[in-house]
Design a protein around this ligand. Structure first.
Ligand code: 9D3
Length: 245
């Protein structure tokens, strides 16, 4: 993965921690940053300029970013798309993460300032992505989030158990509640079913919790699913039991 950013040290930190860190250690992820500032030709190393037409803020200049993108593209296999993180992009989701995980590599362009010269997007960028409708200060954190989501899906990054989990029927629903020791905290007890040792009952309860929480918190997710009779029954039971307590 290549990331074009004026804050390379910020982006590189993702390769130091957790799952992505281990992927980098094992050589499954190679992360390289290119700074447009290193591709400037003026004494001030200028990467931004005032917008034509006026208005507040600055615009990311074409030439330094284009030169950095050229170097990034040269460093990875052809067929690796250039993805720009901007608030105007399509909203990133898990289906996109899966698609990206099947590619030979990717180049990310993290925007800064009020925006990026539109001609750079026209001539150098294949896809624009956003994390959603909230305001970040730049594209770096978005690029880091996308890389994290993609790297987790690369073969050999997660253990067998975790990857089996990702393929499971839980996909498209929120997760069920989790509990660990101790059994009771200030009168809050772990649900009895989880202590029963009855794995069929536990699995059914967890699935029911997933359905119920998805219905209550993310009805948009459930609308994508078209519940069958069994799922409807589990959800109805969840909602009935909820009203009783
Ligand atoms: C308040 C500034 N806005 C003026 C109308 C425009 C604006 C410019 C640049 C808003 C944000 C940014 C920087 N954001 C990103 O580069 C960005 C982003 C985001 O802000 N939200 C969600 N996803 C992304 S991906 C890149």
């Amino acid at each position: 993965m290549q990331v074009v950013t004026i804050f390379p040290d910020m982006v590189k930190t993702i390769a130091e921690y957790g799952v992505v860190g281990r992927a980098a250690e094992r050589g499954i992820l190679s992360l390289n940053c290119l700074n447009p500032r290193d591709y400037t030709t003026d004494a001030h190393r200028t990467v931004d300029a005032r917008p034509y037409g006026g208005g507040p803020g600055m615009v990311m200049k074409y030439e330094p970013a284009a030169a950095a993108l050229g170097a990034a593209r040269a460093a990875i296999p052809s067929g690796s798309p250039v993805v720009c993180l901007t608030p105007q992009g399509a909203v990133f989701d898990q289906a996109m993460a899966k698609r990206f995980a099947g590619l030979p590599g990717m180049v990310f362009l993290a925007g800064r300032y009020e925006g990026i010269d539109e001609r750079l997007l026209q001539s150098e960028v294949d896809e624009e992505l956003s994390l959603g409708d909230f305001v970040l200060s730049g594209g770096e954190i978005a690029a880091m989030a996308v890389i994290d989501a993609v790297v987790r899906l690369l073969p050999g990054v997660l253990g067998d158990e975790d990857s089996a989990q990702q393929d499971s029927f839980m996909q498209g629903l929120l997760d069920h509640p989790h509990y660990t020791r101790p059994e009771e905290i200030d009168g809050q007890r772990v649900p009895e079913v989880l202590l029963s040792g009855d794995h069929a009952r536990i699995e059914k309860w967890r699935y029911q919790q997933s359905l119920g929480r998805s219905f209550l918190r993310r009805p948009d997710l459930l609308e994508q699913l078209e519940l069958n009779a069994e799922q409807r029954k589990l959800l109805d039971e969840f909602l009935n039991e909820r009203e009783t307590v």
